[in-house]
Design a protein around this ligand. Structure first.
Ligand code: MV4
Length: 588
């Protein structure tokens, strides 16, 4: 086994890996950006080295800086976590050339699974079917029409090198084909630098079910049960569970065997996940994720297997510590992703900032994998996952009830989080019935009325409270009650003077356009990249008219003029990175 491991990541996944290493007696090496100098993963690791820089590109994606830390620390292996370098074959090869182990699959497996056409071919060669589709890239929209006429509408045009739903277009009839093909190609080119597309039958109410696998370098490869990740919004998973609800044992067995075939077909070792779409009792290969996934803990709770420990073992050349027959899946686990996002009215706007209080729930069957503690800052520069709450119960209703109990017990203040939306999902009858699909959150779940819990936004902080005695009447009966209210609120209504009874001023939702005229300094509501500028200096604009397009959270968002007038200044160009609150256009 390794004696020293470098963790090339941050946040909850770095913490997760550090914990597994500590339990194995492995010395841990953290790396950090300028903003993470005092982050939790740095505090927990045995050694920590600065990478410099603030953005991911300057720090956690700086190959030279990480190679230098490997050299200086004497680490024998690197765990990349997820994201960053986890599926980067140049990085994997660069460290293995230096005799340092990459705790992940061989680069050749990553490459085969890296694009959708080659991964589908590999799966099909292994006898595992993908959704019926064109075997190769298409050249013209006529091929979309031909496929639709032959197999029925709707069909999906997919970018071979796309991901996260980008470059995917649903086509419902022949007359939509040409425009959809053009737009899929241009989105793919913009997002991934390549525009090859192919066509598939489009499934209208599928579930996203994925199978965990792990393989060692001695020819052992096993499946460890499925996860249902259907509760997602715009390709961001919100809730995951294992086992999948209403999922027959025979289908699980068949899917597990299919996943192992796919893994073996690409020479896989280490932990990986094979994704399938499941609809009407049938499943089809979608893609393979060649890394440890965010939602791996649900598998750990139902299997009792520490996946990170097994990753370390197989990367060190040891055999898996169990066989397929040893795997005994017990009970039910639900994972809730808690992000620093404000889910009010279903908008999920990023909400970076300082966490004034973080007290996770406790008790039987409750696990918290977090990347932050009270007092830590969630930066706008990185993924805003605060942590994951994972609850186990001996059956699905017990796990759901425990998850709800734990979510309601969670104390997380100073930033807005997805907790209110998570509660809305988990307490919904469709979720309890296991009738949700990948489209359920967006099409059926009603998040109007969901707000950030007042305390999470306004941080009830440590403001002293004072007692006030009041008389109330309930059903015609008089009661004398005492209430303890924040001092500022007790100053009395109408007292003026900026009492905290007034809502805390919020940053304008820059460019939403509606309502009263704004200042004319149009701001963006979240971090992202400007993809289009729609106005020039001197243009006359109407309030509400889009002035530029911001790509953020994998979506294109129109940023609208907040008042009518003349464009005085355009501060951005396509390709510019902007942060929440940055002014993009000035209108006079
Ligand atoms: C599909 C599909 C329906 N039919 N393919 C979206 C992202 C990419 N990984 C694959 N995706 C889908 N492919 C066919 N032929 C529906 C989706 C899909 C989806 C898949 C998994 C998880 C969430 C999803 C949300 C919307 C659409």
């Amino acid at each position: 086994m390794f004696s020293k491991v470098l963790i090339a990541n941050r946040g909850e996944i770095a913490v997760r890996v550090i914990r597994a290493c500590q339990e194995l007696g492995i010395v841990t090496v953290a790396v950090y950006s300028e903003l993470d100098r005092d982050a939790l993963h740095v505090r927990l690791a045995d050694e920590a080295y600065a990478l410099g820089g603030q953005t991911a590109a300057e720090s956690y994606l700086n190959t030279e800086a990480i190679l230098d830390v490997i050299e200086r620390s004497g680490a024998e292996a690197v765990h990349p976590g997820y994201g960053f370098f986890s599926e980067n074959t140049d990085f994997a090869r660069a460290i293995t050339e230096r005799g340092v182990a990459f705790i992940g699959p061989p680069p050749e497996s990553i490459e085969v699974m890296g694009d959708k056409v080659s991964s589908r071919k590999a799966a099909e060669a292994a006898g595992v079917a993908g959704v019926p589709g064109t075997p190769d890239f298409i050249e013209t929209s006529d091929e979309v029409v031909a496929f639709g006429e032959a197999h029925g509408w709707p069909v999906a045009i997919k970018a071979a090198f796309g991901g996260g739903g980008r470059g995917m277009r649903v086509v419902r009839s022949a007359d939509e084909a040409a425009e959809a093909f053009e737009s899929a190609r241009s989105e793919a080119l913009k997002g991934f630098g390549r525009d090859e597309c192919y066509v598939e039958r489009y499934l209208t109410w599928p579930r996203h079910i994925e199978m965990q696998v792990i393989a060692d370098t001695h020819g052992n490869c096993v499946w460890i049960g499925e996860r249902d990740c259907s509760a997602q919004r715009r390709h961001q998973k919100l809730v995951e569970e294992s086992p999948a609800a209403n999922f027959p044992a025979a289908t699980r067995q068949a899917m597990g065997e299919a996943a192992v075939k796919v893994a073996k077909a690409c020479g896989y070792t280490n932990a990986g996940t094979v994704e399938f779409l499941f609809q009407d009792g049938e499943f089809w290969f979608l893609e393979m994720n060649t890394r440890l996934q965010v939602e791996h803990p649900v598998t750990e709770l139902v299997s009792g297997i520490d996946l990170v420990r097994e990753q370390l073992r197989v990367a060190a050349g040891e055999p898996l510590s169990f066989t397929q027959d040893d795997i005994d899946l017990r009970g039910h686990a639900v994972e809730i992703r808690i992000n620093a996002e404000n889910p009010a009215e279903g908008k999920f706007l990023p909400s970076p900032g300082r966490i004034t209080e973080l007290v996770p729930p406790q008790g039987f069957g409750v696990r918290w994998d977090g990347g932050y503690e009270s007092g830590d800052e969630v930066s706008q520069y990185y993924d805003n996952l605060v942590g994951k709450l994972i609850c186990w119960g001996d059956d699905r209703p017990t796990a759901i009830a425990r998850t709800l109990r734990a979510l309601r017990e969670f104390r997380l203040e100073g930033i807005a989080t997805t907790i209110p939306a998570d509660i809305a999902i988990v307490e919904h009858p469709d979720f309890a019935a296991g009738e949700h699909s990948t489209k359920w959150v967006e099409e059926r779940l009603d998040l109007t009325g969901v707000g950030a819990t007042p305390s999470t936004v306004d941080g009830a902080d440590a403001e002293p409270k004072v007692r006030r005695d009041v008389d109330v009447e309930v059903d015609g009966r008089r009661f004398a009650v005492s209430v303890w209210v924040p001092e500022s609120a007790a100053l009395g209504s109408g007292g003026g003077g900026g009492g905290a009874t007034a809502a805390r001023p919020r940053r304008s939702a820059g460019g939403s356009g509606a309502g009263a005229a704004g200042s004319g300094a149009v701001t963006v509501p979240m971090q992202g990249t400007i993809v289009k500028v729609l106005v020039a200096v001197g243009d006359e604009v109407e309030s509400g008219q889009p002035v530029c397009v911001l790509e953020a959270m994998k979506m294109e968002n129109n940023i609208a003029a907040d008042k009518s007038g003349t464009v005085k200044e355009v501060k951005v160009a396509p390709g510019d990175s902007v942060g929440s609150g940055d002014v993009v256009v000035v209108i006079e």
